[in-house]
Write a protein of this length. Sequence first.
Length: 395
Amino acid sequence: MSIRDVYIVDAVRTPIGKFGGALSSVRPDDLAAHVVKALVDRAPALDPARIDDVYFGDANGAGEDNRDVARMAVLLAGLPASVPGVTLNRLCGSGLEAVIQAARAIALGDASVAIAGGVESMSRAPWVLQKPERAFPAGHQQLHSTTLGWRMTNPRMPAEWTVSLGEGAELVADRHGITREQQDAFALASHRKAAEAWDKGRYDAEVVPYEGVDLLRDECIRDATSMEALGRLKPSFRTDGGTVTAGNASPLNDGAAALLLVDEAGLRETGREPLARIRASAVTGIEPQLFGLGPVEAVRRALGKAGRSFADLTTFELNEAFAAQSLGCLAEWPELDPAIVNPLGGAIAIGHPLGASGARLAGSVAHQLAAAGSGTGLAALCIGVGQGLALVLER
């Protein structure tokens, strides 16, 4: 059986909203439907009934995303009811996992045309209440937030595995001797690059604002921030000697992203020139408390599968869950030129709507390669509970 080439024809995303901000009034299934519809509208030559499947990442699933938000998006976007949809959860890597799974189906001939993406509304993530172990409990019951992090943790999990995400970032900073000043400088660069990218129109080709919401660009970018302003923020996770703050970590966000993937036959039907071709992917595991270093081995494996090296890369979108985490990964890739990493800003400035971020990264790499005309790009994320995910694209 021959393996088919897989192409990214288009990629779109919403502007990323801040927690409780402009997109907090929009349900996650509506956010997902919005980017799906935008993709279809931008490919008028493609019969929507030709879409073989819709893959969507979603890290929550406990609320209005209604467990299978991919199928909800298909129906809400007005696609034919014959188009199926599957929702995937690899926590922070869910959106990229959706792209990889869709590409795999196309490569193996199970599909010719697919949509892949991700969505998260961290603002609207519900509280959940466990069922009591016996009927008619007399005491109070606890609500658990589903917005982020550990909840209802299995007591058999070792305590060192179940530290908070921020404490995990502190552990990476400890391991690599990453200072508070280095983290703040990394965060400042993220904001400056993102603001400059927006000012220069670098996101115009991929961002599709949500109708009826007054949000035209990513809501968390702080154009006027400075090292002095970042330096005034208190550590969020360690009171004694902590380095991780709200300023050098990604915020809580709402947003959605989606990509149109095709094989050669599907490409002819769209009548479009592809943005990029999918080359290889890899996923790896690591100790849960060191989740921030998850991309280190995943990136090396993906490059090896693609027959490429760090020297071949022209752009690299590395999700900035925390500045410490990103700097820790960069420290373990001495061969990589850091100047090509997140050239348009990263998640510290743009935001990190968990299930959508991987799809946003892949779409950004594809658009950057198309704008350059050629090259090799890579998208990668760390994943809570200790995983890393990476995807290599080429044009």
